[in-house]
Ligand binder design. Structure first.
Ligand SMILES: C[S@@+](CC[C@H](N)C(=O)[O-])C[C@H]1O[C@@H](n2cnc3c(N)ncnc32)[C@H](O)[C@@H]1O
Length: 205
């Protein structure tokens, strides 16, 4: 099933709240990375904040083509020099338009895409992430078929009311897709507002 277009706001209050807790995870996870790809950059608030606070790496934001103009505007206005202009990237497109990188970040995307796209997301990472590279995915997850909180269960219902193909993903199923691409889970950080930051490393070639 195709993804239902997700309307990206111009400003996200949630991104302002979660950007510092996520940065803390990324500073450690991406300590050996120099080229990082972000999938589904949305408003670009994360990209600006992370590029500013990790000046030793280059950050490549991406979005679906229709969301590029607004993202481009924020990045041109606020971005430091290590934040690259955004490129159009739909995870369903192969080969991935991204260059090879040693880090990939994505926030709040897997529960917006349909499941087939989640599979494409990991296939794309298999194409662009170097051996030894790190993937960090931020967002809500279910474990052993259960929501971590009542509010996540309610959020899942809201998501499905908008698009029945979307919804909070099972950690185990996502981890299986990651393992198929040679990724090994390094850490699962509990984050504010019932979210997780999952960190994988690509051990093999
Ligand atoms: C909830 S927003 C999250 C945006 C931002 N990362 C954040 O945390 O605020 C979900 C994002 O996923 C993107 N997205 C949905 N389907 C996609 C696909 N097939 N390929 C790439 N990005 C996709 C949307 O365009 C949107 O920006």
């Amino acid at each position: 099933m195709a993804n239902k277009a997700y309307p990206v706001p111009v400003f996200s209050a949630a991104s302002e709240r979660n950007k510092d807790p996520i940065l803390k995870v990324l500073v450690d996870a991406f300590r050996d990375c120099r080229e990082v790809l972000e999938i589904g950059s949305g408003t670009g608030q994360h990209a600006v904040h992370f590029a500013r606070n990790m000046p030793y790496l280059n950050w490549q934001p991406t979005e679906l083509a229709e969301n590029i103009p607004d993202l481009m505007e924020r990045i041109a206005r606020e971005g430091p020099s290590n934040l690259r202009p955004p490129i159009a990237l739909d995870v369903r497109q192969h080969p991935s338009p991204a260059e090879r990188v040693d880090g990939v970040f994505s926030a709040n995307t897997l529960h917006i895409m349909d499941w087939e796209s989640v599979d494409h997301f990991f296939q794309g990472i298999g194409q662009v992430l170097n051996a030894g590279g790190v993937l960090c995915v931020y967002g809500p997850f279910r474990y052993a078929g259960r929501f971590t909180t009542e509010s996540n269960a309610a959020f899942d219902l809201d998501l499905k009311a908008r698009d029945p193909a979307s919804g909070i993903r099972d950690f185990e199923a996502v981890n299986e897709l990651a393992e198929k691409q040679g990724l090994t889970l390094l850490a699962d950080h509990a984050m504010p507002a019932n979210n997780q930051a999952l960190v994988w490393k690509r051990i093999g070639a």
